[in-house]
Ligand binder design. Structure first.
Ligand code: NAD
Length: 402
């Protein structure tokens, strides 16, 4: 009886990212029920409810969420079991802390908090209250990264030697309606986009042990070209060009580069390669749930060198790689998959994948980039990490494994 008793969720923050959560909670994930929404800007909460009503009119089986006047009304609603925190990164701590203090389990957008002090306090509070806490990203649970993980776990590239990944773009002020927060405390490309890459790295390679990096801001101000703040300027607080190396417990080294300062074709901004003793794998954009996963083994390298057809003309960057079919479910934008998995854990008592131990380890890695640059030294990590379970293919889409 998997969906007889869905977990009741309240959404705090109905901004830009809320649309995909509203869609997936209402139409895809059958074990989660959105019973209320809340935003500092009441029209956003109203718009969220309207969106859910449209899915219901189109056939979705879901309640119409109520609107809470503020987050405390949601936290005091005895029906609410889980708080879904979709506020801005510098607000995560305050919202998550208050929700935990009111006895609610929390699933938060990334990152866990804006810095390690806040993260450490939240970890202690969740433990003390014996509440579940987890959060984004959940893209690593999608078909793409799960297939990449299986390629590694099945030994197809041998032992992992290292990785390189880059997220190169010229910043979100061209499309985000309120891009300010992306340059403030808790923002910047490493805290905003880094979670996708670093979470995928620890899922693929395992526990990290340290970070060395150099970081800077190339521009003191950014000009907003999206509506409704077109023409306004943002004072940049967070570093926006960060490059460094993460060392892992198994000896692997990952080069990581994230920036909001560089012009780059949008379809190319994610680069992610894993090198093993027996081959190389191209990992899909970790901000997506899909593929492609590409594999090159020594015999493929030999083929590229000997086949003149592969050497002439404009070689596509990944000529010579073989595409691995995706072996798991959830290959489109399935945000709320991690929430649904946590809700399943709440009902069954099993572990869940996008848990706070992972978020906390990732937060320490992310924040160590600026710290290493400032202090001019290698930063050994203090947090520990054990990979969460791989996904299982439940035949019922929208229902997680028991
Ligand atoms: N925008 C994206 O494409 C995107 C993608 C993935 C993840 N995220 C993550 O989602 C989170 C939100 O990002 P966003 O782009 O939706 O931001 P946003 O600014 O569009 O929305 C945040 C909303 O939270 C509301 N809010 C803040 N504090 C509140 C409180 N105490 N009570 C009620 N409402 C409150 C704000 O009024 C705002 O409407 C961030 O952590 C971000 O990293 C965003």
């Amino acid at each position: 009886m998997t969906n007889a008793n869905p977990v009741k969720v309240a959404m705090i923050g109905v901004g830009k990212i809320s649309g995909i959560y509203l869609k997936n909670i209402t139409t895809v994930f059958k074990e989660v029920e959105l019973i209320g929404v809340c935003d500092l800007i009441p029209e956003r909460a109203e718009k969220g409810v309207q969106t859910v009503k449209e899915y219901i009119e189109a056939g979705a089986k879901a309640p119409v969420p109520k609107i809470y006047k503020d987050m405390y009304e949601a936290f005091n609603d005895p029906e609410v079991e889980v708080v879904l925190n979709l506020t801005r990164p510098y607000e995560h701590y305050g919202v998550t802390k208050a929700a935990l203090e009111h006895g609610k389990h929390v699933f938060s957008e990334k990152p866990l908090a804006a810095d390690m002090e806040e993260g450490t306090e939240l970890m202690a509070l969740a433990k003390e209250k014996n509440l579940l806490m987890g959060g984004a990203p959940d893209t690593f649970m999608g078909a793409g990264i799960q297939t990449a993980r299986k390629v590694i776990d099945d030994g197809l590239i041998g032992d992992v030697i290292g990785a390189t990944c880059a997220m190169i773009q010229h910043g979100p002020e061209t499309w985000h309606p309120d891009p300010d927060f992306l340059y403030k405390r808790g923002g910047g490309p490493m805290m905003d986009m880094g979670p996708y890459y670093v979470t995928a790295l620890v899922q693929l390679i395992g526990e990290a042990v340290g970070v060395t990096a150099v970081t800077k801001k190339s521009f003191k101000e950014r000009l907003i070209t999206s509506e409704p703040h077109y023409g306004e300027k943002i004072d940049v607080e967070a570093d926006t060009y960060l490059t460094g190396n993460i060392t892992f417990a198994n000896g692997a080294i990952a080069q990581v580069f994230t920036t909001f300062d560089v012009y780059y074709p949008s379809q190319n901004y994610a680069r992610f390669e894993i090198y093993g003793t027996k081959g190389t794998m191209i990992v899909p954009d970790p901000n997506t749930f899909g593929g492609p996963v590409l594999l090159m083994r020594p015999e493929d390298v030999a083929a590229t060198h000997s086949d003149p057809g592969l050497r002439t003309g404009n070689l596509p960057a990944y000529a010579g790689y073989k595409e691995i079919p995706l072996l798991f479910d959830y290959n489109v934008n399935s945000r709320a998959l991690g929430l649904s998995d946590m809700c399943k854990a709440l009902r069954t008592g099993r572990d869940f994948r996008a848990n706070c131990q992972q978020q906390y380890h990732v937060l320490e890695i992310l924040t160590s980039f600026e710290k290493s640059s400032r202090e001019g030294k290698f930063i050994p990590l203090t947090t520990h990490y054990t990979r969460t379970a791989p996904m299982k293919n439940n035949p019922m889409h929208g229902i997680l494994d028991d």
